[in-house]
Design a protein around this ligand. Structure first.
Ligand code: ADP
Ligand code: ADP
Length: 224
C-alpha cells in the first residue's frame, strides 16, 4: 500500500486524540485535528478563530465552508502528501464530500475510516474527567489516565485544565450534534466499504492493538 490516509471517527471523547498520539508514532504520519487547529486560531485571535469561537463555545459545529477551507489547505501541505491521520474532520456529509473531491482531484482517496464506538454514558464520563495541558493539549483523565503529579502535564510540565466545552451543559449539546449531523457520515463511508468499527469501550492499549490489527489487515488486502 503506497499511502495510509486515515480518518479517526467517533463521538466527542471516544478516544480519537489518545489513539492518534499512538498511531502517529507507529506510522510516522502527520496528525491533523481540526479541533486543535481551531483552538489554535482562537488562541491567536485570527479572523477564523473569532468566527469559530461562538460556535465552539455553544457546542455547535463551525460552518462547513470555514472548516473545508481550513482542512483543505492543511491537506495540501507537503507533509500530508504521503498519508495522514485526520481527527474531527469530516463531521458532516457535506464535509465528507468536499474531502473526497479534493483528494480525487489529485488521484488520492481515503484508505479507511476507523469508527471508535463508545456509548453516550461513557462519553459523558470521559469528557467530564478529561484534562488537557495548556501548552500542547496533551490529554489526561482524572480517573482513567491521571498525570503523575496533580494538574501538571507529564510531557511538558504545563498546567492541566478542563476545556470549556467539556462542561456538562455543552457536552450534552455536542452529543446531540454528533448524533444529528455527524453520525450520517458513518453511513456515507460504510456504503463506500471503507468503514471499520472498533470497540472503544476497552482500555487505550486494547483499542490501539485493535486499530493496528485493522490497519495490518488493510495492508494485506491491498497487497493481494
Ligand atoms: P476525543 O479526541 O475522541 O475527543 P480523547 O482522546 O481526548 O477523545 O479522550 C477523551 C477522554 O477519555 C480523555 O480524558 C482520555 O484520557 C480518556 N480516554 C481516552 N481513551 C480512553 C479509554 N480507552 N478508556 C478510558 N478513558 C479513555
Ligand atoms: P473532540 O475532541 O471532543 O471530538 P474537537 O476538539 O474535535 O472535539 O472539536 C471541538 C469543537 O471544534 C467542536 O465542538 C466544533 O465546534 C469544532 N469543530 C472541530 N472540527 C470541526 C468540523 N470538522 N466541523 C465543524 N466544527 C468542528
Amino acid at each position: 500500500m503506497s499511502e495510509l490516509n486515515l480518518i479517526l471517527f467517533g463521538p466527542p471523547g471516544a478516544g480519537k486524540g489518545t489513539q492518534a498520539e499512538r498511531l502517529r508514532s507507529d506510522f510516522q504520519l502527520p496528525y491533523i485535528a481540526t479541533g486543535d487547529m481551531l483552538r489554535g486560531n482562537v488562541k491567536d485571535g485570527t479572523e477564523l478563530g473569532q468566527k469559530a469561537k461562538e460556535y465552539m463555545d455553544r457546542g455547535d459545529l463551525v460552518p462547513d465552508e470555514l472548516i473545508v477551507a481550513m482542512a483543505g489547505e492543511r491537506l495540501d501541505e507537503e507533509d500530508a502528501q504521503d498519508g495522514f491521520i485526520l481527527d474531527g474532520f469530516p463531521r458532516t456529509v457535506h464535509q465528507a464530500e468536499a474531502l473526497s473531491k479534493q483528494l480525487s482531484q489529485v488521484g488520492r482517496r481515503i484508505t479507511a475510516v476507523l469508527l471508535i464506538d463508545v456509548p453516550d454514558e461513557e462519553v459523558v464520563r470521559r469528557l467530564s474527567g478529561r484534562r488537557v495541558c495548556v501548552k500542547a493539549g496533551h490529554n489526561y483523565h482524572v480517573e482513567f489516565d491521571p498525570p503523575k503529579h496533580d494538574d501538571v502535564c507529564d510531557q511538558d510540565g504545563s498546567r492541566l485544565v478542563q476545556r470549556d466545552d467539556d462542561k456538562p451543559e455543552v457536552v450534552e449539546k455536542r452529543l446531540n450534534v454528533y448524533h444529528e449531523q455527524t453520525e450520517p457520515v458513518v453511513h456515507y463511508y460504510d456504503e463506500k466499504g471503507i468503514l471499520r468499527r472498533v470497540d472503544g469501550t476497552r482500555g487505550p492499549t486494547e483499542v490501539h492493538d485493535h486499530i493496528r490489527a485493522v490497519i495490518a489487515t488493510l495492508r494485506l488486502e491491498e497487497d493481494v
